[in-house]
Design a protein around this ligand. Structure first.
Ligand code: ATP
Ligand code: MG
Length: 342
């Protein structure tokens, strides 16, 4: 039997070539964008969560997803009065930093916020997922940090959403850790460039997300110095909490010496699989240690989330009605509603 959390079990359409899931067809009344679209879609098929047979796990899953879609569609998120700048960091590799960065950014952009993603990882995964150019000859965050190129010359619009932008990373960034060592104000270079960009930009940005590499080197320090908030994705696996104390110690040091306004505002549990006791134990442990910071929303392990980047997309645009997409939309909503730390 398929697990009720599985996207496939939820009967989602496959591949990017399907009919747009935002079209007001019977199955997605909740995603119709305008009042007129919603009314037309409801008339075509007045689907409600009550109209599902709830006697099987699959039916319950469908009903629950429909309820979540309706709730997301119905809400409008508050916009912050000044840009909220997040560094998404964890020196452990493969815990979902990039996936979280691009999907939260897309979710907030979808809700109407103007969002900038800074790809600070030489792997350039965030640039790939946001569908922006990052060949080795592309001007990139490397030029901003090392050659004082203005960020406005480097930023690209993501084809994902109108108000989503990305400062791409290329392979050149791999050398930046060493090149930075001998530069003046080596820890503040990203902050100076970002402050100048935000100060000059015609339209205000509401959110900035900086995707960090899996290390605590000078690139990550630049991200901590540029940000106000740290978002730590934690994978619901056995070694999840190992290394966390080192990360928190480093953040404390940055706070003391380089950026007094920095705080760990948000922890997001990723790749959660409710079938395993281990995932539940890790989630409970993290909640116990960080009751204020952990978001209520858990990001499930989901095939849809992992395959979206291969189409140069976030899961928010690739499969907006999948459980993984709904979870990132819910996490974005929590972040927006909680607001910036005092
Ligand atoms: P790195 O440390 O290398 O930068 P990372 O912390 O940025 O890694 P990701 O690249 O976001 O981690 O994720 C690692 C892998 O796990 C990727 O292949 C990604 O597609 C996959 N992945 C991330 N989140 C999920 C999820 N919720 N369900 C399934 N796969 C996921
Ligand atoms: Mg990454």
């Amino acid at each position: 039997m398929k697990h009720p959390n599985s996207d496939v079990a939820a009967g989602q359409p496959t591949g990017p070539s399907r009919v747009s899931p935002l079209a007001p067809t019977p199955v997605n009344v909740a995603l119709a964008k305008t009042v007129e679209e919603r009314a037309a879609a409801k008339k075509a098929d007045p689907i409600t969560t009550q109209s599902f047979d709830q006697t099987t796990p699959l039916a319950r899953e469908l009903a629950e997803n429909t309820r979540r879609r309706m709730a997301i569609q119905a809400e409008s998120l508050p916009l912050p009065s000044e840009p909220r700048i997040f560094t998404v960091a964890n020196q452990k590799g493969g815990v979902g930093k990039t996936t979280t960065t691009v999907n939260l950014a897309a979710a907030l952009a979808r809700s109407g916020a103007r969002v900038l993603v800074i790809d600070l990882d030489p792997q350039g995964n965030a640039s790939t997922a946001l569908g922006v150019e990052h060949r080795s000859d592309t001007v990139s965050v490397y030029d901003v940090i090392i050659n004082d190129e203005p960020m406005s010359q480097v930023v690209q619009k993501s084809p994902e959403f109108d108000n989503l932008y990305c400062v791409p990373a290329t392979i050149h960034l791999a050398g930046a850790e060493i090149e930075l060592v001998s530069l003046v104000a080596r820890e503040q270079r990203l902050r100076s460039a970002l402050d100048a960009f935000l100060g000059q930009s015609d339209d205000d940005f509401h959110y900035v997300f900086i995707d960090c590499p899996p290390s605590l080197g000078l690139l990550t320090i630049n991200a901590f110095v540029a940000a106000r908030e740290v978002l730590i994705p934690i994978q619901c696996e056995y070694y999840a909490l190992e290394g966390l104390s080192q990360l928190l110690t480093n953040i404390k040091l940055i706070e003391r010496h380089l950026n007094p306004r920095l705080s760990v505002s948000t922890i997001l549990l990723t790749m959660y699989d409710s079938r395993t006791n281990l995932a539940n134990q890790v989630a409970d442990d993290v909640r116990q240690h960080f009751p204020k910071e952990v978001l209520n929303t858990l990001i499930p392990r989901s095939v849809r989330i992992s395959e979206a980047p291969s189409y140069g997309q976030t899961v928010i645009s690739y499969d907006p009605t999948s459980p993984g997409s709904l979870s990132y939309l819910e996490a974005a909503s929590e972040i927006a509603r909680r607001g910036a730390p005092a």
